[in-house]
Design a protein around this ligand. Structure first.
Ligand code: COA
Length: 259
């Protein structure tokens, strides 16, 4: 049924594992399609009460959108990529009436950090690393990262992380409010499942309403998500984006010229 993810249902929780470990579980078009379908399953299957999203292997949760798919895109293509991801995956997770949590097992970068932030909350292993390194590619986040990171950790720290592309470890992420719990790698899924088992004992309609109300509280200005997509697309028209993307694929440092 899926080519890039693995799903399994246990005790009412659908475990969704992104399975491209040789590419750090980067989100290519196929992963986005598969995650979208898995989220439809979460919405529509009455046996599913909650979901966990995690990454295969020991190194990465998700190291971002698949950079190799960026090179051919201009402003419209860039914005379309972000819009498709938002409609198929990110909004479905954020507004899902059933709890969806991220079990972050390694690098959670760019679109990976955005995927974790779209989940209702996050549990991390001690080796998890978070960051929004898009600026290294001459880009900005396009899956809601400028919005959700700012909400979760505040204006000043979000500005710094987005502009420096610095990575932070799990403990700092917890101090900042980006993750709720940090546990040993082999305890990660158990911790996530344990929290969800507790939530399963509560009234599902009340849970759905909590998710809706908390989202309404923090969403504020919906246009800011649309504007992020427009600005993300605009970056695709720049020479700096082409240089940043090529430099990553050629495994060298980019030289940006401001055009
Ligand atoms: N898109 C496409 N491919 C990616 C990727 C991404 N976001 N992240 C990693 N990969 C690929 C690498 O190109 C490499 O492929 P190869 O073996 O065919 O050369 C493979 O995954 C392993 O990654 P590598 O960089 O060799 O591993 P590392 O341990 O040296 O570094 C990271 C790990 C996560 C620090 C590094 O891969 C990285 O910086 N990734 C990109 C992060 C990023 O900018 N994300 C934002 C995208 S918008």
């Amino acid at each position: 049924m899926y080519s890039t993810i693995i799903t399994s249902l246990e005790n009412g929780t659908l475990l969704i594992t992104i399975n491209r470990p040789d590419k750090m579980n980067a989100l290519n078009k196929d992963v986005i399609q598969d995650l979208g379908k898995a989220m439809d399953e979460v919405y529509n299957n009455e046996d599913i009460k909650s979901a966990i999203i995690t990454g295969a292997g020991e190194k990465a949760f998700v190291a971002g959108a698949d950079i190799s798919e960026f090179l051919a895109l201009g402003a419209e293509g860039g914005a379309a990529l972000a819009t498709v991801g938002r409609n198929l995956v990110f909004d479905k997770i954020a507004y899902c009436p059933k709890p969806v949590i991220a079990a972050v097992n390694g690098f959670s970068l760019g679109g990976g950090c955005e995927l974790a932030m779209a989940c209702h909350f996050r549990v991390a292993s001690v080796n998890a690393k978070f960051g929004q390194p898009e600026v290294n590619l001459g880009l900005i986040p396009g899956y809601g990262g400028t919005q959700r990171l700012t909400r979760l950790i505040g204006h000043g720290k979000a500005m710094e992380l987005l502009m420096t592309a610095d990575m932070i470890g799990a403990e700092e992420a917890k101090t900042l409010g980006l993750v709720n719990h940090v546990v040993a790698a082999d305890e990660l899924l158990n911790k996530a499942k344990e929290i969800l088992q507790k939530i399963h004992t509560k009234a599902p309609i009340a849970i759905a309403n909590i998710i809706a109300c908390v989202n309404e509280c923090s969403d504020g200005n919906h246009h800011s998500f649309d504007n992020e997509i427009v600005r993300f697309g605009e970056c695709f028209e720049t020479e700096d984006m082409k240089e940043g993307t090529k430099a990553f694929l050629e495994k060298r440092k980019p030289v940006f010229k401001g055009n």
